[in-house]
Design a protein around this ligand. Structure first.
Ligand code: GRF
Length: 201
């Protein structure tokens, strides 16, 4: 039987993508395509090593922003993913993509949302002196990190933590959680109730 297809968007290191790749054979999803907006993204190398199709969609190679947005939308539509996963994708998705794939886009964010939306979430938790922070997996809506929450994981902040050390431990938590959640969402289906996602059983 063929597994549900997912498309992963990643801009950087790609450690979350790697977790998805590593668990793919054990779980019920198939990574059909990896899209990046960054030619230097290690995520692209990781995908290529795993024989996954990759696509670099650079805004500067299009005549304007609308054409870039259209190319991204068409690429996603062509691949018919059951779920789109933002794994460290550093751009805000075009409205047309969010609309076309309503409740089908999952993002992993390194804070306990609704705390610290947007960039520098780890630094904000450190600066606030929080004793714990974590990661949130949520569906993407038109806002920045505002969509319905699927799951959260708490990570303790240690007294000597640097931004990098803390983010690294958050990423480990994300790497453990993300493949399982992708599997559950595409296998069992889900409903959105009162700003939260309830996975069917
Ligand atoms: C993760 O912490 C994710 O929450 C954030 O970007 C990071 C991606 O890490 N959006 P990597 O590129 O997968 O290593």
């Amino acid at each position: 039987m063929t597994k549900p297809k997912i498309v992963v968007l990643a801009s950087g290191e790609g450690s979350l993508l790697q977790a998805l790749i590593d668990q793919e054979s054990l779980l019920n999803y198939q990574i059909d395509l990896v899209i990046s907006d960054n030619p230097q993204a290690k995520a692209l190398e990781r995908a290529a090593e795993a024989d996954i199709e990759t696509r670099l969609i650079l805004e500067k190679e299009f005549s304007d922003r609308a054409s870039w947005q259209q190319a991204l939308l068409e690429t996603l539509i062509d691949h018919e993913p059951k779920l789109i996963v933002l794994a460290g994708f550093m751009r805000i998705l075009p409205e047309s993509v969010v609309k076309r794939f309503t409740n089908q886009i999952l993002n992993s964010h390194p804070s306990l949302l609704p705390k610290y939306r947007g960039l520098a979430a780890v630094a904000q938790a450190l600066a606030a002196g929080d004793s714990e922070t974590g990661a949130t997996l949520h569906l993407v809506d038109q806002g920045v990190d505002t969509g319905p929450i699927v799951e959260q994981v708490v990570v303790r902040v240690l007294p000597q933590d640097t931004n990098q050390e803390l983010h690294q431990r958050i990423k480990l938590a994300e790497q453990a959680l993300l493949p399982k959640i992708v599997h559950s969402l595409v296998t069992h289906g889900y409903q959105v109730h009162d700003g939260r996602v309830v996975i069917n059983h």
